[in-house]
Design a protein around this ligand. Sequence first.
Ligand code: ARG
Length: 582
Amino acid sequence: ANRFRTCDMTLLQTLTQRFEAALAAAGAAGAQPLVQPAGKPEFGDYQVNGVMAAAKQLKMNPRELAQKVVEHAQVADLVAKMDIAGPGFINLHLAPEFLARHVETALHDTRLGVPAQAKRKVMVEYSSPNVAKEMHVGHLRSTIIGDALARVQAFLGHEVIRANHVGDWGTQFGMLTAYLLEVRAGETDEAAIALNDLEAFYRQAKKHFDEDAAFANRAREYVVKLQSGDAEVLALWRQFVDISLSHCEAVYRKLNVQLSRGDVRGESTYNDDLPVVVDDLRTKGLLTEDQGAQVVFLDEFKNKEGDPLACIIQKSDGGYLYATTDLSAVRYRHGTLGLDRVMYVVDARQGLHFQQIFSLARKAGYAPESMVLEHVAFGTMMGEDGKPFKTRSGDTVKLIELLDEAEERAFQLVTDKNPALDETTRRQIATKVGIGSVKYADLSKHRTSDYVFNWKTMLAFEGNTAPYLQYAYTRARSIFDKGVALDAQAAVNLVEPAERILALQLAQFADAVYTVAKDAVPHLMCLYLYQLATQFMRFYEACPVLKSEGTVQQSRLKLCDLTARTLQVGLDMLGIEVMETM
Ligand code: ARG
């Protein structure tokens, strides 16, 4: 039997469970042990912080209760030493044998010692650009944060549904389809050429619209035709959306983002359901007419005057709104998909919108309390000037161009570092380093804060960057090129402090993944991996691997192997690739 149980519980869960039991045995049943990683190395590895609160409840002396907890704790397999500190903290020093066993267990586990969670149906809705134009830098954050969160959920064993809720409906599409027909009437390849640059296509269509009254009228007619399901206009619309989506797919491929055509469920797909939603809200007595529009008043949201805020569901001209589509989408996600959790990875500026949608969806019975609805909000990517990232002339930057530049800059860097490598190899490395850097720079910031985009810091080989982690990976891997072989039977034995600290960091991987999944915070995965790489580099300096021999070498090789695999798996959860040389 595996008495270490590293694969059905995380380390923190194991310690928490043991100290819950110890508190109960000491007379404080039901008290929370509040186990946490220690704040300082002199406090050991973990601290039990819940004794004081429990003692207060029981009107006991906290140090006496701590003493009893220590006596009752059944942790001989995990903990080498416990100290009572201050008013009643318990400092835990984990046993090196336990950490060593963890390394061995994790090496034999495809999930590297991370226990699977009870399977749930989780949707991550992300990217979701408006397809009237090309993706610009404003779409970067949703796309990469969402992709990382989806990967983490999948890693934990959940059924993950990726949803790309693209904006593919609305009045602009009348103009765009009318213009598409116009350019198609010309030379055969003209439409294809024009659509190569969607941004320019949009500008030209808009110019026509503003300058040519006949065209503007035709565009308006097309909106009506589109909404009434006219076959010809629908076909044009579909062609346009199709091309626009293939532009998105080129971005996703370059970004190593796992979104495909099958994940697209655009706003248009809810179109037929919108009148049904309105009728349903009316039947449920939630709708009110306000200046000709159909609105829902939500008492918990007040405007500046302190009156209940109106959420418009249908305009006075009969048109529907962004909110109407989102309500229909919630209904579908519960009624048809039966999801347990929906994560909306959308700009923080849409916060009020989502609060209203969630509240209304609950009231209308479209989302039972058991379906968790979360707005995974994020801040804005800023330029060096502290304003939202733009070109010098103030235009939005196409995402694909930003990514091309990242690859080019990384190529220069790789060429400077390693001029002897052949060009194909340097290009391959540059793709992983360049794209990885852009993604990591973003994911490593707390998602709700704004951050300043800076090429220099993101491409640095030192600090909390993708190149630093990718380099640490190549270092850990390269040891195995030097003619040493792993003996699967050999034991891990932690003697040097650097070995022990590295093993402790490795044993904390599962808790890092759990927190990232629960709170939707990819930056904590970055922080974890950065600490791991740093501990590994220290170990590498302090503990020779190739110059050691026999059982010592085998033990160190195992630490290298698990470090490399953890870096690889952790970076993969962020959608960042590793390479064997760089
Ligand atoms: N298309 C929207 C935009 O570009 C984002 C959609 C977000 N998702 C949603 N369910 N409303 O702003």
